[in-house]
Write a protein that binds this ligand. Structure first.
Ligand code: PGA
Length: 249
């Protein structure tokens, strides 16, 4: 059985005191959740969030990292730096990083390998733009992003990766993909993994949908065959809203 996951991506929001309050309020819901609950928080919230989430069911992740172990990379954070404070997860290749910070399939692949080498669980984001979708290129883009990102990982490592299918046109826009479209895209990703690494591996990878998920549309998305949960941006900033999404799975 694949793991179900609801992950929040706070992006560049929340100060440490807000993060700690949020986690304290979420704790009773996370305790009874039928899925893994992850919060991917800004670097400056990591330590406070990890302390507050100790002995709870809430897991903490970062939103990015560099692939090198150390060195002259001003402003960057190394995988070991996350690991040594007990961060468990890290988002890799979010479309905002690809778009605004020039991340490429190549750097995404290096980051995935570095995450694995440091026993961090990557949440790999893939997704097409509106233009690519309109040109009928969505499947090609998302399967290619998946293939290039996973290149060089073992089957065992791939089964640990969480993939988030996030169509760029649905992120922060209020335009959610239909459950059929989202489920279909996720099936295409799964088929690609099956063709490269075998059916068993593909069936074991948790694949989430992300893009304007909220308490109104979550249940419907989760009623599908292949959507194993969600990566939630805006709706993960309000505890009541995030709780409803967790309870929808
Ligand atoms: P959104 O963001 O839920 O605000 O659309 C999702 C994401 O970027 O991970």
């Amino acid at each position: 059985m694949r793991k179900k996951v609801i992950a929040g991506n706070w992006k560049m929001n929340m100060l440490p005191n807000e993060a700690m309050n949020f986690i304290n309020n979420l704790e009773p819901i996370a305790k009874n959740a039928k899925c893994d609950v992850i919060l991917c928080v800004p670097y400056t919230d990591l330590f406070y969030s990890l302390l507050t989430a100790q002995n709870t069911n809430i897991k903490i992740g970062a939103q990015n990292m560099h692939w090198e172990e150390k060195g002259a990379y001003t402003g960057e954070i190394a995988p070991q730096m996350l690991k040594c404070i007990n961060v468990e997860y890290v988002i890799i290749g979010h479309s905002e990083r690809r778009q605004y910070f020039a991340e490429t399939d190549e750097t995404v692949n290096k980051k995935l390998k570095a995450a694995m080498a440091n026993k961090l669980i990557p949440i790999l984001c893939v997704g097409e733009t509106l233009k690519q979708r309109e040109l009928g290129l969505a499947e090609e883009i998302i399967t290619q992003q998946t293939e290039l990102a996973l290149e060089g990982l073992s089957k065992e490592q791939i089964e640990k990766v969480i993939i988030a299918y996030e169509p760029i046109w649905a992120i922060g826009t209020g335009k959610v993909a239909t459950k059929e479209d989202a489920n279909n895209a996720i099936k295409q990703i799964r088929n690609k993994i099956a063709s490269l690494y075998g059916k068993e591996t593909s069936e074991n990878v948790t694949i989430l949908y992300g893009g304007s998920v909220n308490s109104q549309n979550a249940k419907e998305l989760f009623s599908t065959s292949d959507i194993d949960g969600a990566l939630v941006g805006g709706a993960s900033l309000k505890v009541e809203e995030f709780e409803k999404i967790i309870n929808s799975i």
